[in-house]
Ligand binder design. Structure first.
Ligand code: SDX
Length: 428
């Protein structure tokens, strides 16, 4: 018997189909609600609204589960590097050794930017936020690759995917070099993704640069745990923009803009700024926990809380273990990490946080690792974008492959003035 929901409107009863996912999540399909009842649903912030059926990433917020194409994040993080993880998300399966080598090889061939793109960096002020540079330069890629903008041409989509994956680290590293007035350091095709990014970021022409394998391991983990997270704000933005058949570069640039917000990907920068503020204020975490609980105070604990996770964010647990291990290996004590651990301990025992099910999220500890690697705070969200790129691409592809694809165009409930007589200027 078909699973249905019955909606009673006045003296009418409407039955609506119920969709059940592979993990037994259930949803009322309201795609015919307006045509059958004249009514729509209303759900500010889409708290209760599924935008799409997707096969890429599964989250269970109550259990603290995250799986990429069915594989638990803990296993992917333990067994893959970021490029292998990206292949899994984008193409749907773990690659064979040959597929993975071909993917790595194709990305290495596209790491350079067109030399004319370097002039973009001269146009930005020195203190330009690198997220502004990232979204601008990514959008501008569409002007240099006008041969590969058609979302309906698989070959053009594939070469654009390779260009995006390969060039984002170069664009990011160049924005950092610009901000510190150092010469741009070009990619090297003999290096793997994370090694290459670190040398583009930190190498200088005047002396050799030694790549730290611990930094590479930590960076791979951070990129892997950021790689996808189903219908989050920035991914939904990429889908929304892509649904108009805008090219993939424009869609990803829009996602970068959404991620920049401090309630989303910008939280990693905001979190470390908050921890630095607490440290400078004598380390009184109780004071800041009380501020976060005060309804009249807009202050929030950045890096805490999540729309979906009402249990531990599995990514935060993985990142915290790596924090401990990296700082121990470096024989380095970061007072910010100590503040973060103390803040977590106090908050998780506080009835307010327990009742509202607020736990550390992916952004709470990631900044500690970025600091240990030497990544400047303004680049934290840029690294989130580098990690999330394969997820954005996977969702953009899935959206275009959907037989039921339509332009995203939500409805609304109008609450403004009803019709009224126009008042000429000389009578106002
Ligand atoms: C990411 O969606 C994703 O998957 C995102 C992400 C991804 O991988 O793409 O996981 C990445 O964006 C993680 C979140 C990073 N943002 C932050 O750390 C910023 C601080 N957190 C919040 O602002 C908030 O928790 C959100 C934005 C993450 C979630 O917001 P919701 O789901 O809209 O929840 P809410 O704001 O309605 O909060 C529910 C209640 C509120 O209290 P009441 O109005 O019910 O009394 O909890 C309170 C909030 O005031 N609350 C907090 C809090 N977060 C929520 N109170 C204090 N400190 C906080 N951090």
């Amino acid at each position: 018997m078909e699973d249905v929901a019955t909606l009673k409107i006045g003296d009418r009863e409407e039955t609506l189909p119920v969709v059940t996912g592979t993990e037994n999540e259930r949803a009322v399909d309201v795609s015919k609600l307006r045509s059958e009842t004249g009514m729509i649903t209303l759900d500010e912030g889409y708290v209760n609204t599924g935008a799409v059926a997707s096969s890429i990433t599964y989250l269970d917020g109550e259990q603290g589960i995250l799986r990429y194409r069915g594989y638990p994040i803990e296993e992917v993080a333990a067994n893959c590097d970021f490029i292998e993880t990206s292949y899994l998300l984008i193409y749907g399966e773990l690659p064979t050794a040959e597929q993975l080598e071909n993917f790595r090889h194709s990305l290495r061939r596209h790491t350079l930017l067109h030399e004319d793109m370097r002039s973009f960096y001269n146009g930005f002020p020195r203190d330009a936020h690198p997220m502004a540079i990232l979204s601008s330069v990514v959008s501008a890629l569409s002007t240099f690759y006008q041969d590969s903008l058609n979302p309906g041409d698989p070959e053009q989509v594939e070469i654009s995917i390779q260009r995006l994956m390969a060039k984002l680290p170069t664009i990011a590293a160049f924005s950092y070099k610009k901000s510190i007035g150092q010469p741009f350091h070009y990619p090297r095709n003999d290096l793997a993704y994370c090694e290459n990014f670190l040398q583009m970021m930190f190498a200088v022409p005047t002396e050799p640069y030694e790549i730290d394998p611990d930094f590479v391991e930590a960076l791979n983990l951070l990129l892997i745990v950021h790689a996808d997270h189903e219908q989050n704000c920035s991914t939904s933005t990429v889908r929304m923009v892509g649904s108009s058949n805008a090219n993939i570069f424009a869609s990803i640039a829009a996602g970068i803009g959404a991620l920049w917000g401090p309630l989303h990907g910008g939280a990693n920068q905001a979190c470390v700024e908050m921890l630095e503020r607490i440290l400078a204020d004598g380390g009184d975490v109780d004071k800041y926990v009380d501020m976060a609980k005060d309804k009249d105070n807009p202050f929030r604990l950045m890096g805490f809380g999540h729309r979906v996770y009402k249990n531990h964010d599995p990514r935060a647990k993985l990142i915290r273990v790596t924090c401990d291990r990296l700082l121990e290996k470096m024989e380095r004590n970061d007072p910010i990490f100590d503040i973060a651990k103390k803040l977590e301990e106090v908050a998780l025992q506080d009835p307010y946080f327990i009742e509202k099910k607020l736990y550390p999220n992916v952004d709470f500890y990631s900044g500690v690792i970025y600091r240990a690697i030497g990544i400047p705070i303004q680049m934290f969200t840029v690294l989130f974008a580098m990690g999330r790129l394969p997820g954005w691409i996977a969702h953009w592809k899935e959206m275009h492959a959907s037989p039921s694809k339509r332009i995203c165009r939500p409805r609304q409930v109008y609450m403004g003035p009803t019709e009224r007589q126009f008042v000429p200027l000389d009578q106002r």
